[in-house]
Design a protein around this ligand. Structure first.
Ligand SMILES: Cc1cc2nc3c(=O)[nH]c(=O)nc-3n(C[C@H](O)[C@H](O)[C@H](O)COP(=O)(O)OP(=O)(O)OC[C@H]3O[C@@H](n4cnc5c(N)ncnc54)[C@H](O)[C@@H]3O)c2cc1C
Length: 435
């Protein structure tokens, strides 16, 4: 066994393992599942239906990461422009809604426009939460009818409970001329922050990670059940134990603290306050492919469980048998704000009815395949205590030679490429210690 161990065979674990391999350092990687990928996993059912763990596409801006991912699949990927729209009060509106309000009631649009013109003249005030940021950016009417509704569905809480440190380019702030143009015309320009995307031609999104097998010794079925920081020992559910000098972890931050026998109370308390959403993912295989004009569709109306729909056969037709199509639906819950009250399978008939109401399925469609599962960690909830609690835990981990990185170890909004880079970054810190 090497003295450097890696926990988790997701993108962050891959980034770390690859960096050590480059430095000619051998490592052992432990993963609780029987497959690689973590959240980037892809599942193949009946040898013909491929579904990722929620819709995954690669849109990295880093040419180096793009090259690493594409080399792993011998450059065999497809590339597209993303087409996206929104369902709002019975209509489909191009994304983002703020510059595509064409066809909505004139009084409603006039109110939105008046408010946007008023705030446009004012300097941006200091805001205390996401709700205030929305009001300052889009005015009250647009905010309450669009992003604040979606926040309750996607983040499971009110915008006022959230900070703004996750926003980045995610919400487009238009010029008044763009808002007016989008009210008058359907032919608006595309401004979504995801412009082009890549998806492997074979094996689903996880194929971008194929290179992980050449970087480290992977031990599957190794579920960490306890970590002894003093003795630097990690115990697994199969009763095996690994010693380490340095450990890189991509495990969820609250989980790793829970597993530490000797973590002090203040660290345990900070970890218990971290909140993330859980996602029920429902998947259907359908006997036709013309199911949607868009790659993914956001559902704003709160009387639908469905939050986002995506169409895996539009990412790659080989994700389904020829002539068939597929739909993946995400529904969000959280322990604190919106507890899950059904099993994932219970959602299958409910979502099927919703797809009919949304006009995506018709009663003559044949469902050839269906499945549902729960992703226990999906989106970090950026509540007001997140930053402080994350800092306390991260400092403690550093003091104990546990290095970390990735979406759930950083407790951030990291995309797959950012998780990969976070793994690399943490590995570099360990390598600095070795010289
Ligand atoms: C619904 C959804 C859609 C997304 N869409 C995109 C997208 O389109 N494009 C994009 O770039 N990114 C997307 N992302 C983000 C992307 O999934 C993450 O950035 C990335 O997968 C995180 O990788 P990670 O290695 O940090 O964490 P993970 O993938 O969670 O890896 C952690 C690993 O640790 C393992 N593990 C956990 N506990 C234990 C334990 N006790 N013992 C041993 N092993 C353990 C897990 O099984 C897992 O393999 C999306 C995320 C979600 C939730």
């Amino acid at each position: 066994m090497s003295h450097i161990i890696i926990l988790g065979a997701g993108m962050a674990g891959y980034g770390a393992a690859r960096k050590f391999k480059e430095a000619k350092i051998t490592t052992d990687l432990f993963e609780k599942e029987t497959h690689i990928g973590g959240h980037c996993a892809s599942y193949i059912f009946d040898d013909k239906w491929i579904f990722d763990d929620g819709p995954h596409i690669s849109f990295s801006k880093s040419q180096r990461v793009k090259d690493i991912f594409s080399k792993n699949i011998d450059n065999d990927y497809r590339e597209f422009e993303a087409k996206v729209d929104n369902y709002w009060k019975g209509r489909w509106i191009k994304h983002p809604a703020q510059i595509n309000l064409h066809g909505l009631p004139p009084e409603f649009n006039a109110q939105i426009l008046q408010e946007m013109i008023e705030i446009d003249k004012r300097p941006i005030p200091k805001v205390n939460n996401y709700e205030e940021w929305l009001y300052a950016s889009y005015g009250k009417t647009f905010s309450e009818n669009f992003p604040m509704k979606y926040t309750r569905k996607f983040h499971t809480t009110e915008a006022r409970n959230m900070s703004t440190d996750w926003l980045g380019p995610r919400l487009y702030r238009p010029k008044i001329s763009e808002v007016i143009y989008g009210m008058l015309s359907e032919k608006t320009i595309d401004v979504h922050y995801i412009k082009g995307f890549r998806y492997p031609n074979k094996g689903g999104f996880v194929s971008f990670m194929n290179g992980i097998y050449d970087t480290t010794q992977i031990h599957f079925n190794h579920n960490v059940v306890s970590i002894n920081l003093k003795d630097k020992k990690i115990k697994f559910s199969n009763n095996s134990v690994a010693d380490y000098k340095y450990c890189f972890s991509s495990l969820p931050l609250n989980k790793i603290v829970e597993l530490m026998q000797d973590a002090p109370c203040d660290i345990k308390s900070a970890a218990s306050k971290l909140d993330a959403t859980q996602c029920v993912i429902v998947n259907f295989g359908i006997n036709r492919e013309n199911l949607s004009p868009c790659h993914w569709r956001y559902i704003y109306d709160e009387d639908f469980y469905s939050t986002r729909l995506s169409f895996p056969h539009m990412f790659n037709p080989l994700n389904t048998p020829e002539g068939n199509g597929s739909i993946q639906i995400e529904i969000y819950f959280s322990k604190k704000y919106k507890p899950l009250d059904k099993s994932p399978e219970d959602f299958i008939p409910i979502i099927k009815d919703e797809l009919i109401k949304l006009g995506i399925l018709n009663i003559n469609d044949e469902i050839l395949f269906q499945t549902a599962w729960l992703s226990p960690y999906a989106q970090i909830i950026f509540d007001h205590d997140r930053k402080k609690n994350v800092e306390i835990i991260h400092d403690f981990l550093k003091e104990n030679d546990i290095y970390f990185g990735g979406r759930f170890a950083d407790w951030s909004y990291a995309w797959s490429d950012e998780s990969f880079l976070a793994g690399e970054f943490a590995a570099e810190k360990i390598l600095e210690k070795l010289v």
